[in-house]
Ligand binder design. Structure first.
Ligand code: FNR
Length: 392
């Protein structure tokens, strides 16, 4: 029974509850780290809608559903066996929340048998994260896609990730430039600019970038972090988007499934199916990019109806609990990604804190399904019949 499986994390002595952990983490973080994780685009309209959308759907429990034991959470995603349909969303620069950053997060992921998605904006190298994630760890790589003039850097990142055992590639499409984030702007904050202060390696360990930097400046990146950090940032957030035709380039340089992250439109979901990727993440980046946008959950069922039989559908933006996960799965997601909740766990308790958040989400999902008489996460058991849309 997962939900009794050792909630052994003592500090803070609270059962995981996203809002409480958010408050506690924010009270302990520096203003700029807090602004970075809690902050959203604009006036938080998209972020607020992400949350509100979950409340519109209610789980309708069924009675006298007899089965042995507890609900079966196992699933298969893109050829991999997952113990639960949950993965850790890519989150950049984790060392600003805890000195162990990505190492702590990826160890916790392996410990809890949850796939870890490593961000291109990582503050730890691809190779070190792979090693910490271990031989049994499931790891996927997220690409912030440099402009086509830097194809050599993109190829280097993809080859390194492939070699280090990252199996699926997530290509984030909604962040070719950072969103209008008032808290970061007020704090004069940009995580990359802290690279020199906290010794963050960033992806600057990429040998192709390093080589080119040396040719440009005559010194190594470490000797000129004040230039290297913004140059790396401009490389991975080039300011303009690629087109659908460019996806072919990634397909020819990645050995494994490709998933497009940041899809909100049915039209784009259909295009993704047409260009032959394996899946999409229905995501609005947790409301951190486009303000005045729709809720991610609101578009999920429509996208599932359009392409659910052709693509693996991942979902994120706004998940805070096991019940939220149950709702997203019932609306047709094959797997969900969780972002901020584990960052709060990292900020409060390092590796143990992340483990605790993951344990809690899995445990609460299991118990939520059990109480609703839903015996597995398979679509035959967990589907829209489990939900009712409440009137406003
Ligand atoms: C993110 N997200 C993100 N996404 C991505 O593709 N690459 C990245 O480097 C980051 N970095 C990042 C930093 C922080 C602090 C946050 C909170 C989020 C977005 C992330 O993958 C995911 O889409 C959202 O976090 C999902 O929303 P919730 O779960 O935070 O509500």
């Amino acid at each position: 029974q997962t939900y009794t499986r050792g909630l052994d994390f003592e500090r803070p002595p609270l059962t995981f509850q996203a809002s409480k952990w958010e408050e506690l983490a924010c009270s302990r973080l520096s203003a700029d780290s807090k602004g970075y994780v809690y902050g959203s685009a604009g006036v938080r309209e998209t972020t607020d809608k992400n949350r509100a959308a979950f409340k519109k759907w209610s789980i309708v429990p069924r009675r006298l559903v007899k089965y042995d034991g507890f609900p079966d959470l196992k699933t298969e995603i893109l050829g991999e066996q997952l113990s639960v349909p949950i993965a850790m969303a890519p989150v950049g620069v984790l060392k600003i929340f805890n000195p162990d950053g990505e190492m702590a997060a990826t160890r916790a992921a392996a410990q809890e048998a949850v796939p870890y998605i490593l961000s291109t904006a990582s503050s730890t190298s691809i190779e070190d994260v792979a090693q910490a994630n271990g031989v049994d760890g499931q790891r996927w790589y997220q690409l912030y896609w440099p402009s086509r003039e830097h194809d050599d850097i993109t190829i280097s990142l993809l080859q390194r990730a492939n070699k280090a055992g990252f199996t699926t590639l997530f290509v984030t499409l909604d962040t070719y430039i950072l969103g209008w984030r008032p808290s970061d702007m007020d704090n004069g904050y940009n995580p990359f600019m802290r690279a020199d202060r906290i010794g963050v390696e960033l992806g600057m360990t990429d040998p192709v970038f390093r080589q080119q930097f040396k040719e440009r400046h005559g010194v190594d990146v470490e000797e000129k972090m004040n230039s290297a950090a913004p140059e790396w940032m401009r490389t991975i957030f080039p300011g303009t988007s690629k087109g659908w035709e460019d996806v072919e380039f990634l397909k020819s340089h990645w050995d494994g499934p490709i998933v497009l992250k940041g899809i909100q439109s049915i039209v784009d979901a259909k295009k993704a199916a047409e260009v032959g990727v394996a899946g999409i993440v229905v995501s609005n980046h947790g409301g951190r990019q486009q303000d005045g946008g729709n809720s991610s959950l609101g578009v999920l069922p429509h996208i599932v109806d359009a392409v659910g039989d052709k693509l693996t559908i991942f979902f994120d933006s706004g998940i805070q609990s096991g019940a939220d996960i149950a709702k997203a799965l019932a609306l047709g997601a094959d797997c969900v990604l969780v972002g901020r909740p584990y960052v709060y766990g990292l900020a409060l308790g390092g590796e143990k804190g992340v483990e605790h958040v993951l344990k809690s989400l899995v445990g609460e999902l299991e118990l939520t399904l059990h109480l609703a008489g839903i015996q597995s996460v398979k679509k035959e058991h967990l589907n829209r019949e489990a939900l009712v849309l409440e009137d406003d």
